[in-house]
Write a protein that binds this ligand. Structure first.
Ligand code: F0G
Length: 455
């Protein structure tokens, strides 16, 4: 590793160690907290290693026209801001990143805001935002000579890890909560050749167990406790800033599960700011499902000083997490950017997901919490009509087709969750539903179906 360029700093006690000295579970030996990567050369204003903002902005854009695999990656294109490898030849890339930033005109109109965008991380090679972090951490794993990599997952991390491990020629081990991950994601882990263990515990239990396993065998842990994952996952912040011509939107809204993603995006914007590449930070708000909201509670009850784990329940299985590992980092991001943290109900998630689908984009349920949360932030007056907002859509709609089909068939939620058939929510859901209909094999039957007159 390029130790002269990076080191690890404990987020709790501030201890600094070389990357190669981290424990297998990436916890600080002194205080048990997580680490983050830091680059000592950047802090000296005229230091030798301090990146030159003007030159980099030009170089990064120029690389988009290059035919080199690393240049075509939306992570390694920004390699000057993640100098974690000895050699770029060790980078394992599936051409992740460089994801589209879409305008959301209908949702913007409904919310009364002029500039609403979706940064669609579901357009990554394995269909989720995890790929930007995985390319970074898998490359480190290979450079350090590991033969096995592993993660606990609600599905997307495992899909991503399995793919990148296969590309790197490494073996991968996946621990997932049995029956609690979407089929699309499970199928990916199998397709890419992972050893997949389904355990009769939740995600938090899987992660706890894996921490024990990696202490007993030379396996490289690839959950977002691994600080190199977050180095890759900070790059969408660079892409957003670049797309806004190195200004930034007023607000970024991101889902919160294990809280690695919000932490990484915050780090990305913080570094751009510290390096003088952007003039201010966007407000970063984190949205959780109401049934899996430990961070919302932590901020409401202790202002983020302590976090009480919860027993998590939500159909947005990607964020069914009750004991998020990176909560302290996420608290810092919300507090330093002036963002908010709130939760949304199962019905609100399902409606927001259908609305994103109706814009021709689609996303998985966990991603839709962003639009559901934005509606609340707008209603609170926290987002003004002239504010620009970017929703981070974390996963592709095909990841969890079962959820979408249940929504359109009207079988997704219970009466209790919709407030009964006469409720406003039930009416909103009915207006969005587009169930498939069985029709006779005649032109007139098909034409009648187009007019909504079936049967
Ligand atoms: N959205 C999707 C689609 C996810 O898969 C996840 C996390 C999140 C949001 C939350 O991101 O954990 O960084 O706060 N999925 C993990 C997994 C936990 O195992 O795939 P976070």
């Amino acid at each position: 590793m390029n130790e002269n360029l990076h080191r690890l700093r404990c987020f709790g006690c501030g201890a600094r160690i070389a990357g190669a000295d981290a424990q297998p579970d990436f916890r600080c030996a002194q205080c048990g907290e997580l680490f983050e990567v830091e680059y000592p050369g950047w802090s000296e204003r005229h230091g030798h290693d301090r990146p030159n903002p003007g030159a980099l902005k030009w170089l990064w854009r120029d690389r988009r026209a290059s035919l080199e695999p690393a240049d075509q990656s939306g992570v390694w294109r920004f390699r000057e801001l993640l100098p974690i490898l000895d050699s770029l030849d060790n980078a394992i890339t599936l051409r992740e990143g460089n994801t589209p930033l879409y305008h959301l005109p209908r949702a913007a109109k409904a919310l009364g805001i002029s500039q609403l965008f979706a940064k669609h991380q579901g357009m990554n090679p394995t269909g989720s935002f995890k790929d930007t972090g995985m390319t970074a951490a898998i490359s480190v794993a290979r450079e350090r000579g590991f033969e096995w990599v592993a993660c606990a997952s609600t599905g997307n991390t495992s899909a991503s890890m399995a793919a990148y491990a296969a590309r790197a020629g490494l073996r991968s081990l996946v621990l997932i909560p049995e029956g609690k991950i979407a089929w699309g994601k499970l199928s990916q882990a199998m397709d890419y050749g992972a050893v997949t263990c389904q355990l009769p515990v939740d995600f938090d239990g899987c992660l706890r167990l894996l921490t024990e396993v990696v202490r007993q065998a030379p396996i490289y842990l690839l959950n977002s406790v691994n600080p190199y994952r977050l180095e890759g996952q900070k790059t969408p912040a660079f892409e957003i800033a670049e797309a806004f011509e190195w200004d930034v939107p007023a607000h970024i809204v991101v889902p919160g599960g294990n809280l690695g993603n919000s932490s990484a995006l915050g780090k990305g914007f913080r570094e751009l700011h510290e390096l003088g590449m952007i003039a201010r930070l966007p407000r970063i708000s984190v949205i959780q499902a109401a049934g899996a909201n430990p961070l919302v509670r932590s901020l409401a009850e202790t202002n983020g000083a302590a976090l009480e784990p919860v027993q998590a329940h939500t159909r947005a299985t990607a964020i069914r997490i009750g004991n998020p590992a990176s909560w302290r980092k996420a608290v810092r991001v919300i507090q330093e950017t002036g963002g908010r943290c709130l939760d949304v109900s199962e019905a609100e998630i399902s409606i927001a997901k259908a609305e994103i689908g109706a814009e021709g984009l689609g996303c998985e349920p966990a991603s839709a919490v962003t639009l559901a949360g934005l509606k609340k932030l707008r209603a609170q007056g926290f987002v003004a009509p002239e504010d620009s907002v970017v929703l981070v859509l974390t996963g592709h709609t095909l990841k969890d087709a079962g959820y979408t089909i249940d929504f359109h068939r009207g079988t997704l939620l219970t009466e209790e969750e919709t407030g009964g058939s006469g409720s406003e929510i039930a009416a909103e859901m009915a207006a969005l539903r587009r169930n498939a209909v069985a029709v006779d094999a005649t032109a007139s039957a098909v034409l009648a179906a187009m007019k909504g007159k079936v049967g």
